[in-house]
Design a protein around this ligand. Structure first.
Ligand SMILES: Cc1cc2nc3c(=O)[nH]c(=O)nc-3n(C[C@H](O)[C@H](O)[C@H](O)COP(=O)(O)OP(=O)(O)OC[C@H]3O[C@@H](n4cnc5c(N)ncnc54)[C@H](O)[C@@H]3O)c2cc1C
Length: 394
């Protein structure tokens, strides 16, 4: 068992990381690996209680901007060795991602994306509809126009990743406080001085905002205005079945995605264009509804008729922390030394988290510039230099 603290917090820390999802824990772990001491992680609820524990566990490198492709492929390399590195089985499996479309007009963009991914070293290939049957024999290809496939994409079990990082953090001396909320931030003379929590105050020169869907409210405490909005997304898991589906299948036409976990369950979701965007998750809540179950079942059985007899066991909802260009917001802000954020993952923070944590930790610990963090800074929105990522699915 990892000791998870609920007692009073220490009076000082070298760094306070807010949020025990994949990003907060990966950043804390990587900071500790670099030799930083007295790192505190604050989690207002339980480990993985934010988006991480609600996600589909999908890990793909098929993106249309170079930053996302590089962050994802570097993260895949970490995932490939993660169970050994963290000393915890995270159930990472590279069954690939089959990305399908039913629209002819998507084909040029898919071909361009394959070329860019190949230039970044990702072995994606373009497929005609009939070739998809070699990968998913029971797929109904009647309406398909084309697809791309990367055999090195995969899935991992989100809670195991969180628990693995938490244990590794603990071994390196990081103290994780659950049921402990950050309630205020002290800053003066343009620098972070400390934080207030519901279990006491901590003096610290560094605050890392990994609060996921709550990152925007947290940033507002120090006058940082994030453009992030929150979108409700539902997902479901079926009964466990013998293995029959290797890759994650995702459709860029209607946003459905489904895969089979190593425990045999079908895990899948579908985006809902009727869902509005909100400022805070509290405005919509994490309830789940029949509309999702019906939409998902209808689409799943249309594309994959074999799933008709599979029983849904459970469904739940979470939030996508969405930015205007669907890419994360990383780094600090000018004029506020010691403040950093790592948020706005727009529905793909589980696949980017390991490498984002590693790069953020190097940047925080050494102050060295990082080209990817720089290009994903908050300032890009003021300059209007936006390059949106296509194919955001879910
Ligand atoms: C249905 C669904 C499916 C998804 N599927 C995928 C997928 O297949 N692949 C993928 O890559 N991504 C997926 N995502 C997105 C992914 O889950 C997120 O991008 C990622 O988990 C973000 O991790 P995080 O650590 O930044 O934030 P979170 O996991 O949300 O963690 C933030 C934590 O901060 C804590 N916190 C907030 N405010 C405070 C405070 N004031 N004090 C203390 N603690 C606080 C919260 O309690 C929370 O635990 C999905 C998301 C959803 C909802």
């Amino acid at each position: 068992m990892i000791p998870l603290h609920t007692d009073p917090v220490p009076v000082t820390a070298e760094a306070v990381v807010v949020g025990a999802g994949i990003n907060g824990l990966a950043t804390a772990y990587e900071l500790a690996r670099r030799g930083m001491r007295d790192i505190v992680v604050l989690e207002k609820n339980y480990l993985g209680s934010g988006s991480t524990g609600r996600c589909g566990g999908g890990i793909r490198q098929q993106w249309t901007t170079e930053e996302n492709i590089r962050l994802a492929s570097e993260s895949v390399r970490i995932y490939e060795n993660m169970s050994a590195e963290l000393g915890y089985q995270v159930f990472f499996r590279q069954g690939g991602y089959l990305m399908i479309t039913e629209q002819e007009e998507d084909l040029p963009a898919l071909r361009e994306a394959v070329a860019l991914q190949n230039r970044c070293g990702v072995p994606t290939r373009f497929l005609a509809p009939r070739d998809c049957l070699d990968i998913v024999p029971d797929l109904d290809i009647s309406d398909l126009k084309g697809a791309t496939f990367c055999p090195k994409d995969g899935t991992a079990y989100p809670f195991a990743v969180v628990w693995g990082y938490a244990r590794a953090c603990h071994r390196l001396g990081v103290r994780i406080f659950i049921r402990t909320a950050l309630t205020g931030i002290e800053a003066d003379d343009g620098r972070i001085r400390g934080v207030r929590t519901d279990r006491g105050d901590i003096a610290t020169p560094r605050l890392v905002n990994c609060a996921g869907p709550w990152a925007r409210s947290l940033a507002a405490m120090v006058g940082v205005d994030l453009p992030n909005r929150q979108e409700r997304h539902e997902i479901m898991v079926s009964e466990s079945l013998k293995p029959f589906l290797d890759p994650m299948v995702i459709s860029i036409t209607n946003g459905i995605y489904f895969s089979q976990s190593m425990r045999g369950e079908i895990v899948g979701g579908i985006g809902d264009p009727a869902e509005p965007r909100w400022e805070r998750p509290e405005q919509f809540g994490f309830h789940s509804g029949l509309r999702f179950a019906v939409r998902f079942a209808r689409e799943l059985t249309r594309l994959y008729p074999r799933a008709a007899n599979v029983r849904m066991m459970r469904q739940w909802a979470g939030a996508y922390d969405v930015t205007p260009d669907h890419r994360p917001i990383l780094g600090g802000v000018p004029g506020l030394e010691g403040y950093y954020h790592s948020c706005g993952f727009s529905g793909h923070g589980f696949m980017l988290g390991p490498m984002v944590g590693r790069r953020m930790a190097a940047h925080i610990a050494t102050g060295a510039a990082d080209p990817i963090i720089d290009s994903l800074s908050l300032e890009r929105f003021a300059s209007g230099d936006l390059q949106a990522d296509a194919f955001v699915v879910g």
